[in-house]
Write a protein of this length. Sequence first.
Length: 63
Amino acid sequence: MSCVAVYRNSTVQDHVALVEIDLTGELMIAAAAASEDRLSPDRIDEVLEVDADRPRPGPAHQE
């Protein structure tokens, strides 16, 4: 019995993973160019083009 390698189509892509890789790269570039030790949450939102008015996930603050 012989083993045959299965050919996989190289055009199959995980589009979500590609977007995540792109966003991670943008953050790495911004971090490398930053003068501070860490990027502020506002700077991260700016780099990722996140709307600052949108509520952030997490526990809601009760008053």
